[in-house]
Design a protein around this ligand. Sequence first.
Ligand SMILES: *[C@@H]1O[C@H](CO)[C@@H](O)[C@H](O)[C@H]1NC(C)=O
Ligand SMILES: *[C@@H]1O[C@H](CO)[C@@H](O)[C@H](O)[C@H]1NC(C)=O
Ligand SMILES: *[C@@H]1O[C@H](CO)[C@@H](O)[C@H](O)[C@H]1NC(C)=O
Length: 334
Amino acid sequence: MQSICFVLLLLVEITVGKLDIKALVELKKGIQKDPSGKVLISWDPKSLASDGCPEDWFGIGCIDGRVTSITLNDLGLVREFHFPAVAGLQMLHNLSISNNQFSGIISKEVGLIESLESLDLSRNLFTGSIPSQLTSLKNLALLSLSSNNMDGEIPSDFTGLELLKYLDLHSNDFSGDVMGLLAQLGGVMYVDLSNNDFSGSLDLGIGTSDFISSIQYLNISHNNLTGELFPHDGMPYFDSLEVFDANNNHFVGNVPSFTFIVSLRVIKLSDNQLSGSLPQGLLQESSMVLSELDLSLNQIEGMLVLRHCYSYNVLPEFNGVFGQTIFRFIFDCV
Ligand SMILES: *[C@@H]1O[C@H](CO)[C@@H](O)[C@H](O)[C@H]1NC(C)=O
Ligand SMILES: *[C@@H]1O[C@H](CO)[C@@H](O)[C@H](O)[C@H]1NC(C)=O
Ligand SMILES: *[C@@H]1O[C@H](CO)[C@@H](O)[C@H](O)[C@H]1NC(C)=O
């Protein structure tokens, strides 16, 4: 009995592995252009190892007959990408096809590849919006859809992506309320939403504490964001924030104090409608690691007193851009 079960299991495994090969052959079939020839030449259905894995197929990772990764970056491949064709790859962890000319929509079948940890479709010609089924990818840590022609609002159940650490949606035409998205991203480290059409104001506070403590890189530049920066709770107590880029939006009000952020290296608030004077706290003890501050193209005025001589020493490396702001530095080394 046991040995029959074993044989059956083995048969199931081999059959499933064969389906993986079939999926890859299907993927290969529709490729219209492969300038380097790497895929069209090496993906040979007759070239299989004893465990059923492809042997020396370019960009394919495989264990025990199951495809675990597809990495086809920078190859100039031209093809309409069909997610139903790869939906059966139940052990696929990485799908990375950046910088090609893959087109089409991300169809709902993407949600069936539950093993996916990393999905990089950046720098292609994908259109349409993000299907809500994508949010059922519970293991997803990295999602990059940057530099495509995608649009629409982001699904409202992004909280489903519990392990997401890296989200890059830059340079598309995505829209919707920015807080509607950020409030769902607890535990994420890198978020780039730049060059889209997100709207609303940046109102981080209670309810987004997981996000505030984990985020290291936040780029919301070149969007349609309005209102004051952090209007309700003042400057949130970011624990890890290193880069904050909010250039080219429609923010109004004062420059936030950015106190309690000891890790901030880069602050960019250029081309908004910020006014008032620069908070004294900004260039003082707590912000010793700050190396780039861009406040150009706002209506900030007043003077800045750097109270400690160490600030003076920091200054030669200080890459402040004050462009069309009325600004004066006073070095008061007392
Ligand atoms: C899979 O993607 C991760 C990034 O999420 C990367 O660190 C890893 O090297 C990739 N593995 C393969 C086999 O491509
Ligand atoms: C933010 O995004 C813009 C547009 O995508 C990019 O040019 C800029 O370098 C990014 N900022 C930082 C600090 O990485
Ligand atoms: C920017 O957002 C405002 C509402 O906050 C809206 O009226 C306007 O049409 C938006 N502009 C663009 C270019 O999307």
